[in-house]
Design a protein around this ligand. Sequence first.
Ligand code: FAD
Length: 343
Amino acid sequence: MIETDAVIVGAGPVGLFQVFELGLLEIKAHIVDSLAYPGGQCIELYPDKPIYDIPAVPMCTGRELTDSLLKQIEPFGATFHLGQEVTRVQRQADDRFLVETSKGTQFLTKTVFVAGGVGAFQPRQLKVDGLDTYLDTQVFYRVRDPAAFAGKELVIVGGGDSALDWALNFAQEGPHQAASVILIHRRDGFRAAPASVAKMREMCEALQMQFIVGQPTGIEEADGRLTGLKVTGSDAVTRIVPLQALLVFFGLSPKLGPIADWGLGIERKQVVVDTEKFETNEPGIFAVGDVNTYPGKKKLILSGFHEAALAAFGAAPYVFPDKRVMLQYTTTSPKLHKVLGVE
Ligand code: FAD
């Protein structure tokens, strides 16, 4: 059991900046994310795209913003617990919170900062009857080990970059080359890099892979194995596409997930907070960034940064009940210079 002042749920840009604002007030934090890396949407959805509205930073990419935030919070030595989802938050008799993750990590904390953004990212599922039976044996929504697909008859469904990239990867000569690759997409148009689409068409011409326009509508099974996918084409004819493994790439959809079960006031899948401290209906639990809602809320990184500053001040009385916490400037305060390690 880890005893601490604060647990931050979510290591997106706002969760990361929450570490900074708590650090200035000498509140130590642990930070948990279900992803294996920090950065939230900035890293998961747009690492190389430019952001233009971070104050005083004319342009930075999602990755650059994350790297800068990680550097900025370095002095505070927050402990990261990545690749695990916070599943339970429960108030204890002494008013502290028991926080538990999917990996069994347990915290006893005075305050909780929910910075879960739009939720934990989960792959969008292909809804076809009976398909779930083969999940993680023959049906996959992500590639953990490309070697597992080498030499197999592969069917890949999807029309974005992941579908195209993996189709090309497995169709090309190389250590992970599949026996065959059939790409299926509902239309003959892609949301993927034009170069990948051109390469895919070239490989289809050369009979190194196939592309079928259609919608998966059913499965074929034999002896407890998935043997084929029924695909209905635009001509309304259903064909059976044989396979040994099926890869589906429909993108990631965020799910608020366990946050909805912690007794917090929720409105349209967002946690209701006040605008003085960004505190929820549960005293000691704060919510910052995209996950919260209040009149006039805008889902912007800069709004999340402001919320993190006020939430940290809001939390101080729970952590230091006998101390009056004053606002100090990082420019001039010797005390802040000390906590920042810049003396
Ligand atoms: P997120 O970035 O969503 O991070 C939340 C994290 O919490 C995630 O990593 C998630 O895995 C984790 N999490 C959720 N639930 C749990 C749980 N139970 N346990 C553990 N971890 C959990 N904003 C701007 O201001 N300017 C822009 O130019 C801009 N451009 C954008 C472009 C795109 C394409 C997109 C999609 C968004 C853009 N945004 C922009 C919005 C911005 O990215 C979000 O406002 C910001 O990421 C919110 O940060 P956050 O930390 O609140 O949440």
